[in-house]
Design a protein around this ligand. Structure first.
Ligand code: PHE
Length: 343
């Protein structure tokens, strides 16, 4: 046997000893045997130097080397792939605890609103609900604010272009009108919800905000009943020792008043909040205008009532020391999750 053939059979025998243990080593193996500058190629090029009578034997030996190198390559490749699969299967630990679901928290507006609801429900008020996209009649006309009434300017809002007469409610008083037209007195409700006004958005006001309104209708309801109820609320919500009612105007109440609660000026915060007066303005209220009762089909000679309405945002800002109203509507969880403990 010529030296060349001997070299080929030696290479073939050596090949069987090789066990590349990584994808990189396997690639080196492939290049070494089967690459364009590899052994098989080099032996092929020797063919022309082999004497004719040995060409056949030499060719068969090189072919065997090539086939074995390919077989070995495939065999090791499959083994490496199987190993890798097993390794990743080992990394998947089915007994490991799952990804924790982030826990939400209540929005400061909801917390404040729930507190107000809770205080009034203790004295028999029940929650009533109504639509935010409302018919003009429930929002304005029924509430004694007919078209062209100047009081509409105080509550400019957003109108639905494609639906004449429809608007975003400016107060939750629409719920008053809806309840009065569908239920018989006595009526004792509070109406929490979102309302809208066409206002410039700033640190102190927003084009959307929240209110809680209250309505009480029965026989012989007096201004004194209203005052005592609101005083109870001021004590429960603010710990206020006294309240003050100032004359005001609303188209749907007569007489009307604004209520201030006494916070005092002892702390720097209260001084700032009350602008040095000690009084914080909290809500509007009054005796339901007989015209409103009539508009809603309630006999104003038989029944009387009072109503009140307050914004939630300012109370929430005060309760949680939040400096800017816009923070309440940006939905930034870094801000919102701070209130989870306060539920
Ligand atoms: N609806 C009034 C407002 O939004 C508040 C209010 C309600 C006043 C009920 C009096 C009685 O400004």
């Amino acid at each position: 046997m010529s030296d060349l053939i001997k070299k080929v059979t030696e290479a073939t025998a050596k090949l069987e000893q090789e066990t590349p243990a990584s994808p990189e080593a396997l690639e080196n193996f492939r290049i070494q045997y089967l690459g364009s500058k590899g052994l098989v190629k080099a032996f092929m090029e020797e063919m022309r130097n082999v004497p004719n009578e040995q060409k056949r034997e030499f060719g068969q030996a090189v072919n065997a080397l090539k086939q074995q190198a390919e077989a070995r390559f495939q065999e090791i490749k499959a083994a490496l792939e199987a190993n890798a699969e097993q390794a990743s299967a080992r990394q998947l630990d089915l007994t490991a605890p799952g990804e924790p679901m982030p826990l939400g928290s209540r929005h400061p507006i909801s917390i404040t609103m729930n507190r107000i609801i809770e205080i009034f429900s203790r004295i028999g008020f029940v929650v009533a609900d109504g639509p935010e996209i409302e018919h003009d009649w429930y929002n304005f006309t029924a509430m004694n604010t007919p078209e062209d009434h100047p009081a509409r300017d105080m509550q400019d809002t957003f109108y639905v272009v494609d639906a004449p007469g429809m608007l975003l409610r400016t107060h939750t008083s629409n719920v008053q009108a809806r309840v009065m037209t569908t239920r018989k007195p006595p009526i004792r409700i509070i109406a929490p919800g979102r309302v809208y006004r066409n206002e410039t958005i700033s640190a102190r006001s927003h084009a959307q905000f929240h209110q809680v309104e209250g309505l009480f209708i029965d026989k012989e309801v007096s201004f004194a009943d209203m005052k005592q109820t609101l005083f109870y609320f001021a004590q429960e919500m603010f710990g206020a020792p006294k309240i003050r009612l100032r004359p005001s105007f609303f188209p749907f109440t007569e007489p009307s008043a604004e209520m201030d609660v006494w916070l005092g000026t002892d702390t720097e915060e209260n001084y700032r909040l009350t602008k040095g007066t000690g009084w914080l303005e909290i809500l509007g209220c009054g005796m339901v205008d007989p015209q409103v009762l009539e508009n809603c089909g309630i006999d104003s000679r038989e029944y009387s009532g009072y109503a009140f309405g307050m914004g939630i945002e300012r109370q929430a800002l005060r309760l949680y020391n939040i400096p800017d109203i816009r923070l309440l509507f940006e939905n930034d969880v870094r801000m919102l999750r701070q209130f989870s403990a306060a539920i």
